[in-house]
Design a protein around this ligand. Sequence first.
Ligand code: 1WB
Ligand code: MN
Length: 340
Amino acid sequence: MRRIATEEAFSIPEIAHALRKLCESRTGAQNIDMMLVRNIYGDGAGYQAQFLAPLLDIEDERLRDMDANGVDMQVLSLTAPGVQMFDADTATELARVANDRLAEVIARHPRRFAGLASFAPHSPQRAVREMERAVRELGLNGFIVNSHTNNEYLDDPKYWPVLEAAEALDRCIYIHPRGPSELLAGPMRDYGMFAALWAYGVEVSTHAVRLILSGVFDRFPRLKICLGHMGEAVHFWSWRLDFMSERAQRAGAPRLQLKPSEYLRRNFAITTSGQESPLALEFSIRQLGIDNVLWAIDYPYQPSASAVAFMDGVEVTDEQRHKLYHGNAEKLFHIAPLAQ
Ligand code: 1WB
Ligand code: MN
């Protein structure tokens, strides 16, 4: 069984260095992303310091971990917060460097790695050019964005060129978490909630619901958005989203051609990164359809062994397991199937 893991994080020294500089220059800053960046790239004391080395390693320990766990391929993406905390010029340049590096690694290991391209949303026109280069010249497999940019979300018309480009290039945009935007962040500072424990899901699910309710999927009907962490629970709310959005539209919210649950099935795919609950998987397959659910690990933030054990062990048909483990990823990310 070919196993393609679809939300696997990496970084490059240039970005690690720039993030370290960023937290040194803002020592007093209390925002959530600075807490996280300090923990990984600075002198933070949190458990997250252990992640820096495996993020920067792509061709040594990572390949050994893949071999040891029967992981054929990782779809790599630049780890959160990506380039989105930098000013627009720096972000544009660093996205270009990260994409070049990614393409080089994939060229050396075409059977082991695929990759999602970064871009700087805060400079939408240059982002579009980088997206086109990433697909047409570098052959990358989709796009990664780490949720909000300066507290703005992709439903804002200034970002429509980015959505339009993704649709035209037929590559999905994977919305990965970062620390929540300003007004969502307050209650997340306590009890370790600031990252993967809770804040990440709130941030990305909010982003996804904004996209749905704004009507961008009527404007860009073939746009595909990928969400990790078992869809950040958005589809769990399908019934209520449908019911309440009717009311909201009658009260003046933008008119939608479809119900939210229908956009979720048409315009979204989700992955199992960092979520190994068989019950949540079963629900997701029934709510979204088997073709919209993909396997992922969330390497190096979560261990490969248990992610593989989870997907090996769930009670699904053979055909379903093939789709979860590789068939859906091959289609969504344009990865060549293995020759029979
Ligand atoms: C964690 C997870 C931290 C992810 C991250 O920092 C990212 C964590 C960028 O578990 O603390 C992630 O991508 O799941
Ligand atoms: Mn992740």
